[in-house]
Design a protein around this ligand. Structure first.
Ligand SMILES: NC(=O)c1ccc[n+]([C@@H]2O[C@H](COP(=O)([O-])OP(=O)(O)OC[C@H]3O[C@@H](n4cnc5c(N)ncnc54)[C@H](O)[C@@H]3O)[C@@H](O)[C@H]2O)c1
Length: 385
């Protein structure tokens, strides 16, 4: 079976590697020959490292490399069973590309998009046979991150969904099915990790270093929110927040932060720019966290309860099952525990009390508790038995 991958950037090159490592023949197409050369050279280095570590043999390296054909011509997708698009995140461009792809591929070829923020229904709207469209959303770096969100649109057929699920399973990834809604699971549920941390900072309750220390040392998260925003890039992270906020008709729960906006306006984009919330330039010093455990516990509880509320809401609205939402947050963004499992452990009543106190204090809709959470507390239920 031949898998087509369109776009040989960060994601496309990673997806091609995953496919080839799991035995699929891959055609990787990019308009830009330099990107193809870069992808081919990078793969050579990555596989050489795997040989060095003894994870694969030299023969396997050669076989994996032999399974990928690099091309600048989309007509080479002619015999693909599925094409996964991973090009620039612009709807008009994706529309043109999908309409053109349909004139090249076979009748039963599935057309998937790796988009992080666009609607799959809209991407598929340009197709004559839109039942073949689906979202297949990998996480960066694709070869290392186990999670893949699989997003059927309203037009998607059961066959398209079944094939995609089986493909992702055969590539040894953890597939979760989610509704075609802004941010899918991870980029929606994770918003308060950044947004609430920024609000706590803006209110002067704690500085970046203290919030990061609280979330890692007391909360057990792998990276604090400000370090993570610097790592993702403030431009990228802000753009996702803004897009989710607008797509949810400006629900205050997703409101972007002016602090982060000013940073990106100043080109303080994070690690890649040498400056972000922190200063990464040589010889620079950054402030030390204030290791006050009581304050840290307040910070962790507030951010965690906001995350849990988002996970509850996604469950309530049928975006995905409770099990898949927990899987998504642990396998897609390395949370130390599934949020709903965490909620069960600390007690749903405690989560609700925290949210109600915040709501009372701020009188902001941002802190409204999810109806499902209220009902579960009322009926003394838990998410996982
Ligand atoms: N970077 C991430 O962390 C991440 C994670 C998940 C999903 N995504 C999504 O994946 C997609 C790609 O993101 P990326 O970070 O890999 O981008 P990128 O900029 O690294 O790569 C995009 C590639 O597409 C090529 N390209 C652009 N237009 C093209 C066209 N019409 N035909 C063929 N090739 C074309 C470019 O030459 C470039 O090589 C986007 O939709 C993005 O939202 C990105």
């Amino acid at each position: 079976m031949v898998v087509g991958v369109l776009g040989a950037g960060t994601m496309g090159a990673g997806i091609a590697q995953v496919a080839a490592q799991n035995g699929s023949e891959v055609v990787l197409v990019d308009l830009n020959q330099d990107m193809l050369t870069k992808a081919e050279n990078n793969l050579d280095k990555v596989l050489a490292r795997l040989v060095e570590k003894g994870s694969i043999s030299e023969d396997e390296k050669i076989n994996i490399q032999g399974r990928i054909t690099y091309s600048t011509d989309v007509h080479d997708f002619k015999s693909s069973k599925i094409v996964i698009e991973a090009i620039i995140e612009k709807l008009e461009v994706k529309h043109n590309v999908f309409a053109n792809l349909e004139t090249i591929v076979s009748q039963d070829c599935i057309l998937a998009s790796n988009t992080s923020s666009l609607s799959i229904a809209s991407i598929g709207s340009v197709l004559k046979n839109s039942s073949r469209v689906i979202g297949i959303h990998f996480f960066n770096p694709a070869p290392l991150m186990p999670l893949v969100e699989i997003i059927p649109a309203v037009q998607t057929s059961q066959e398209t969904l079944d094939f995609s699920k089986e493909l992702i399973r055969s590539w040894k990834k953890v597939g979760v099915i989610c509704k075609d809604t802004p941010g899918f699971i991870v980029n929606r549920v994770a918003r308060p990790y950044y947004g609430e941390a920024l609000k706590i900072y803006e209110e002067g309750l704690a500085d970046f270093a203290t919030i990061d220390w609280a979330m890692t040392k007391i909360g057990g998260f792998r990276m604090g929110p400000f370090t993570l925003m610097d790592y993702i890039g403030n431009d990228v992270n802000y753009a996702v927040t803004e897009s989710v906020f607008a797509s949810f008709y400006f629900d205050p729960r997703f409101k972007p932060s002016l602090t982060q906006k000013r940073l990106l306006e100043a080109n303080f984009l994070g690690k890649k720019a040498g400056r972000g919330f922190y200063d990464y330039r040589e010889g620079s010093t950054n402030i030390e966290p204030k290791k006050n455990e009581e304050l840290a516990r307040y910070i962790v509880n507030r951010i965690l309860c906001m995350l849990i509320n988002e996970a509850c809401d996604a469950t309530y609205l049928g975006i995905a099952s409770a099990k898949d939402i927990d899987l998504a947050m642990t396998k897609g963004v390395n949370y130390p525990k599934g949020l709903l499992k965490w909620a069960d452990e600390i007690g749903l009543k405690n989560v609700l009390d925290t949210l109600n106190t915040l709501y009372e204090d701020y009188q902001e809709d941002r802190y409204r508790a999810c109806l499902l959470l209220k009902q579960m507390v009322k009926h003394n239920k838990t998410f996982h038995q």
